[in-house]
Design a protein around this ligand. Structure first.
Ligand code: ADP
Length: 568
């Protein structure tokens, strides 16, 4: 369960929270950008609304100016009364050319046309419906739009008064002047270039064109005399700045977003490679102490590599501690088995000595009995002496006071002596002792530690004889390069595989029970090993249970003289 909330999970949660926070930040940034965009769009819209209204009213105002200026004029009043056609041609028709108008029309006070003129392109005549004419009667000036077969016209109208009435209010109207400008393509183009907008004329029923998001547009209604629109003017302005603003905002958001994603991925990758993977290894190692994983961790960067080394040290120390523990337990067992063994080894000869010495006190003891008892006392004394000298040697070895005394001696002489010493004992058991002399019966002088070589060979022969019941014991040596290689073969009880590695340790006996068949303190082989090693040699054993054992040891040796007289 804990595993689920390990560093990996916590980091993931942290990164997810960061991602959520960043998304919120990103969304706010987006909304902020949207709202500033809308503000800019709104102000552009308002600007266009104002501009469109202003443009239309400026155009209409110039028309109003004309009709107003012409219509407080005595000459005009009398021309209407008298029907002076030439006067109109000179003074009214010229409005078309002078002010780039398309249509002029004069009505008398009863709304009968008294004069009508138009530009070249305007063909329509008598275009104002009579029903409309009566609506203008009460106001001195009107402006309105009219839809005709020649297109939409922008009209301005004023009632005609005498010069003394510039307000058009104090005298009755002598007639009416209508001046019109057609909203043709030239007019629209002029307006377009003046306003920097795209302008379209629409009929009231035309639907508005679909608008691009980066455009602002506005519609100005062109109202007729009754107030209902006869057409509409659509102003449309492309907002290049807005387009750019939107694009750069989008690119900016994209850059921020992608850099976050890239940073997130890089961070996740680095974290996984440098922290999470080694941490997983650490967790596995804590559970298993797998040395392969430790080696893998040692390849990880920085601190984890040191942790890997720390683990390695820890595992090694643990192994060593375990070994030391096993050894300490072993030595504990060894100590108690040694003590009981020693007391056994001391008590049995001492019992014999004390027992038989007491028997010797018998005054009537026959001589042969006496001699037999004395022999037993001597043998047990010798056994005690051997044990004590073995213990002294071992304590010297333990204290590191082993000395090597090199001298020159005849190796054959030494082996002959050992042979003579062990022969009776071996033969008494019904076995045969064989000394192999490969180099013939001669003398072989070497320089080494005579005492130690003697002790090693004696200890091996003693064991060979002790642990065999039938067959033979064979010993000898051969020369291999600068080494002497000794051997002792027996046909005895042999040694099991698991004991082979132990028997050279001190106090080790394969059968350490008090009821064991063979006497001994378990020191012979460890003394032999310590001596061989002091002479820079090596000792080993090959054995099969119930088939016999072969002990070997080598010692580097200086050969002084060697005469082979076997052929003599
Ligand atoms: P010990 O005094 O018991 O003989 P050693 O150190 O000489 O002590 O021998 C250690 C043990 O090795 C012996 O107790 C015995 O079990 C085994 N051993 C030594 N030599 C032989 C051998 N030739 N054949 C079988 N076992 C042997």
């Amino acid at each position: 369960m804990k595993q689920n909330f390990g560093v990996n999970a916590r980091v993931l949660v942290l990164m997810t929270i960061t991602a959520i926070l960043f998304s919120l930040f990103f969304i706010s940034l987006y909304l902020l950008e949207r709202s500033s965009y809308n503000i800019v769009l709104k102000s552009a819209q308002e600007q266009l609304d104002k501009e469109a209204d202003a443009l239309i009213s400026v155009s209409a105002r110039s028309l109003d100016q004309i009709t107003w200026d012409y219509t407080y004029w005595d000459e005009f009043v009398s021309a209407i009364k008298k029907g002076e056609a030439p006067w109109y041609d000179e003074n009214i028709t010229t409005i078309i050319t002078s002010f780039h108008m398309d249509y002029v029309c004069v009505y008398d006070e009863n709304f009968n046309i008294v004069h009508e003129a138009s530009s070249e392109n305007t063909k329509v005549r008598n275009i104002i419906p009579r029903s409309l004419l009566f609506q203008i009667k009460d106001s001195p000036q009107n402006k309105f739009y009219l839809n005709t077969s020649d297109g939409i016209f922008m009209f301005s109208e004023a009632s005609v008064h005498s010069t003394s009435d510039p307000t058009h209010k104090t005298t009755p109207a002598g007639g009416y002047l209508f001046v019109a400008k057609t909203l043709d393509s030239a007019f629209i183009d002029d307006l377009s270039s003046l306003s920097g907008t795209n302008i379209k004329l629409l009929s009231p029923s035309d639907s508005l064109l679909s608008q691009n998001e980066n455009n602002v547009s506005t519609v100005v209604a062109l109202n007729g005399l009754t107030g209902t629109p006869v057409g509409r003017m659509l102003f449309n302005r492309e907002q290049e700045g807005l387009k750019l603003y939107k694009r750069s905002s989008f690119i900016m958001l994209l850059i921020i977003f992608s850099s976050f994603i890239i940073t997130w991925l890089v961070f996740r990758f680095a974290l996984s490679k440098w922290v999470l993977k080694p941490l997983r290894l650490v967790t596995t190692i804590i559970g298993s102490e797998d040395i392969k994983k430790i080696n893998e961790l040692q390849k990880a960067p920085w601190e984890f590599n040191q942790i890997g080394h720390l683990f390695e040290r820890h595992v090694k120390q643990k192994e060593e501690l375990l070994k030391a523990k096993v050894k300490a337990e072993g030595s504990d067992k060894l100590k108690s088995s040694f003590l009981s063994n020693m007391s056994h080894e001391i008590r049995s000869p001492m019992n014999s000595i004390v027992g038989f010495a007491g028997l010797l006190k018998e005054p009537d003891l026959p001589v042969d009995q006496k001699l037999k008892f004395i022999k037993i006392i001597e043998d047990n004394g010798a056994r005690m002496l051997n044990l004590i000298s073995d213990l002294l040697i071992i304590s010297k070895i333990e204290a590191g006071h082993l000395e090597v005394n090199i001298s020159q001696f005849n190796l054959y002489e030494l082996l002959d002596y050992v042979y003579a010493f062990f022969k009776p004992e071996v033969e008494r058991k019904g076995m045969q002792l064989i000394m192999e002399k490969k180099l013939g019966d001669n003398y072989f002088n070497v320089r080494s530690d005579r005492e130690k070589v003697y002790t090693i060979v004696s200890n091996l022969l003693k064991n060979a004889s002790k642990y065999s019941k039938t067959g033979s014991v064979k010993f000898g040596f051969e020369v291999i390069a600068n080494d002497l290689k000794f051997f002792v073969h027996d046909t005895g009880i042999g040694i099991s595989k698991e004991n082979l590695a132990l028997i050279f340790d001190r106090f080790i006996q394969t059968d350490a029970s008090l009821s064991r068949k063979y006497e001994g303190a378990g020191l012979g082989l460890s003394i032999a090993k310590a001596y061989v090693e002091a002479l820079s040699g090596r000792i080993w054993v090959e054995s099969e249970p119930d088939a016999g054992s072969s002990f070997y040891f080598t010692i580097p040796c200086e050969f002084v003289s060697f005469i082979d007289n076997s052929s003599i």
